[in-house]
Design a protein around this ligand. Structure first.
Ligand code: KG4
Ligand code: ZN
Length: 342
């Protein structure tokens, strides 16, 4: 039987991506045009520049995804697109392209929640995975602990009250002059530093044990760096220890709270998702503490954890199976929250 082919599109932030996925699990192509070169000099994503680059890249990226998958546009059975959360102008490029394609092909259009798509990356990496399970989602804009009750039913049980984990990585990297995006640079430098050199704060809320807060930690690190700058200390001599101690503090809370959430809720499986999941310490610590607690710990490849369109196509397939299809009046929702359908 001919496989069901979903074309996924992802333009929520600074990656233009397109992918063809067969039956929601088999990735036939996964094309990602990253914009790091464009935003690096500004130390963060410039929304207007991101939108313009998406406009330039979206059609060539779709063409390449079809070519690499060895399929024609007319072979596509449905078009899935990230419609939020993200940057408004950036999201609109993907949504507009998806609407035009679905209309011209006369095939279903399905809107996909970007965070739910990150979680769906786990279905690609572990095709036997079935809900219920707990997902720790840590990205540039979000830090959530989510109970996945069915493929299309997501319940937030913990969230950051201020900065996202990736945002804290990016801001600390910026003050240390490590460039953008900060996560990979801190990850690398931290491997040569002493994680016990500084005792940075870990925040807990007694009434909300699965919530995070990273802004106090970020401020503590930045004021430590500023003290060194005032005293003319060579930052190169302390940067590795600062990175290692900061990273340790972030990973400690992400791991302990997500393992606790799984155990408290009697979930057997804990999945990792989002760009911060590329972090080497997060991957090893989650595996260690989750397994020790008797959980099945699932950690997709780094390529599947950072923004990509295969995860969007996979989540789109699950949405279509559950009966969700959109009209051509679909809009982008920059502030979309988890568990909400518009
Ligand atoms: O999920 P993602 O690709 O985009 C968003 O939806 O936000 O996540 C990007 C975030 C950035 O903040 C980046 O610094 C962080 O993930 N990141 C990392 C690592 N690689 C990427 N953070 C820590 N360690 C890494 N190795
Ligand atoms: Zn993302």
């Amino acid at each position: 039987m001919k496989p069901y082919l979903v074309l996924g599109l992802e333009t929520s932030c600074d990656e233009t991506a397109a992918s063809v996925v067969a039956n929601g699990r088999q990735v036939l192509s996964d094309v990602i045009a990253s914009q790091f070169d464009l935003h690096g000099i500004y130390g963060g994503v410039v929304p207007e520049l991101a939108s313009r680059r998406h406009v330039e890249c979206v059609l060539p990226v779709i063409d390449q995804a079809l070519r690499e998958a060895g399929v024609k546009l007319s072979d596509i059975d449905a078009v899935a697109v990230s419609y939020g959360p993200g940057l408004a102008g950036a999201l609109l490029v993907g949504v507009s392209a998806a609407k035009a394609l679905a209309f011209s092909l006369n095939k279903p259009l399905v809107s996909v929640h970007h965070i739910e798509a990150h979680i769906a990356a786990n279905y690609i990496a572990y095709p036997d995975l079935k809900p219920p399970f707990i997902a720790l989602v840590a990205s540039g804009g979000h830090s959530h602990i989510i109970a996945v009750e069915s493929a299309t039913l997501h319940r937030v049980i913990g969230r950051t009250r201020d900065d996202a984990a990736g945002e804290a990585f990016d801001k600390v990297a910026r003050v240390l002059g490590l460039g953008y995006p900060g996560g990979p640079a801190i990850d690398k430098l931290a491997s040569t530093g002493n994680p016990e050199a500084f005792r940075f704060p870990r925040v807990n809320f007694s009434e909300a044990p699965y919530d995070f807060s990273f802004s106090g930690l970020k401020t503590a690190v930045i004021s430590q760096v500023n003290q060194y700058k005032q005293k003319n200390v060579d930052l190169d001599s302390v940067a590795a220890d600062i990175c290692a101690s900061f990273q340790r503090a972030v990973i400690d809370v992400l791991v302990s709270k997500s393992v606790k959430a799984a155990i408290d809720g009697s979930y057997a499986t804990l999945c990792l998702a989002g760009g911060v999941a590329a972090n080497a310490l997060l991957r090893s610590e989650l595996e260690k503490y989750g397994s020790e607690a008797g959980l099945r710990v699932l950690i997709p490849s780094v390529l599947l954890c950072t923004d990509n369109a295969a995860m969007v196509a996979c989540m789109g397939y699950e949405m279509i199976k559950a009966g969700f299809v959109d009209g051509l009046d679909l809009n982008a929702y920059p502030g979309l929250v988890v568990g909400m359908r518009t």
